[in-house]
Write a new protein. Structure first.
Length: 203
């Protein structure tokens, strides 16, 4: 069983955005960014940032779902809510009101992907450079197609997940996909193997 306070995300391979998210004894199918998982993420690369990050808060469409009991701060999404994705703006990687002079994406969407959103604490304390913005957990498309850098889940799975996370939960996105993760031989293993093969008759 994995750490109940760490949501671990890992892609299946370098050729797909499909992966798994694990929290405690629960596991859910998910999808990551079209740009893969990168340690050197920048704005607009459609990559999911590798690393460990806190989970900040929840936004949801109260006209489309009933939010279950959660421990993270939560509030409904309004029609004039946006998220700034312009590195030149003083409100970069922040919730903003629309209309807005800076580049932003709308939080009030018709496609249902932002019916439920968990904000990942990536590049937000404070936002810097052009390292990326608007990294969320959100609802996946029916075919689990890649995101623009977020981690997306089936709607029912995300509704379950938000009940299990809290202020102490972190998300850990692995840079290596599952098919490239293998036990690393420890230093000295070869020497020990020599002893395993050793026969006293060799003296």
């Amino acid at each position: 069983m994995s750490d109940p306070d760490v949501l671990t995300v890992q892609a299946d391979s370098g050729e797909t955005s499909l992966g798994w998210a694990v929290l405690g004894d629960r596991r859910w199918r998910c999808t990551v960014g079209a740009g893969g998982v990168r340690e050197d993420k920048v704005e607009g690369d459609a990559a999911t940032p590798a690393g460990s990050y806190p989970l900040r808060r929840i936004y949801f469409r109260n006209d489309r779902l009933v939010l279950p009991k959660v421990r993270l701060p939560a509030r409904p999404i309004a029609e004039n809510d946006g998220w700034c994705d312009d590195p030149r703006s003083p409100t970069y990687n922040r919730l903003v009101h629309i209309p807005n002079d800076w580049s932003h994406e709308k939080m009030w969407r018709e496609d249902g992907l932002y019916d439920l959103v968990v904000v990942v604490g990536y590049n937000d304390d404070p936002p810097e450079g052009e390292w990326g913005s608007a990294i969320f957990l959100h609802v996946a498309k029916d075919d689990y197609s890649p995101t623009q850098g977020c981690v997306a889940f089936k709607r029912e799975d995300l509704l379950e997940l938000v009940t299990l996370i809290g202020p102490e939960t972190t998300i850990n996105v692995h840079s290596l996909p599952a098919n490239e993760t293998a036990p690393v031989a420890k230093e000295g293993d070869d020497d020990m193997k020599q002893f395993e093969d050793f026969d006293e008759q060799d003296w």
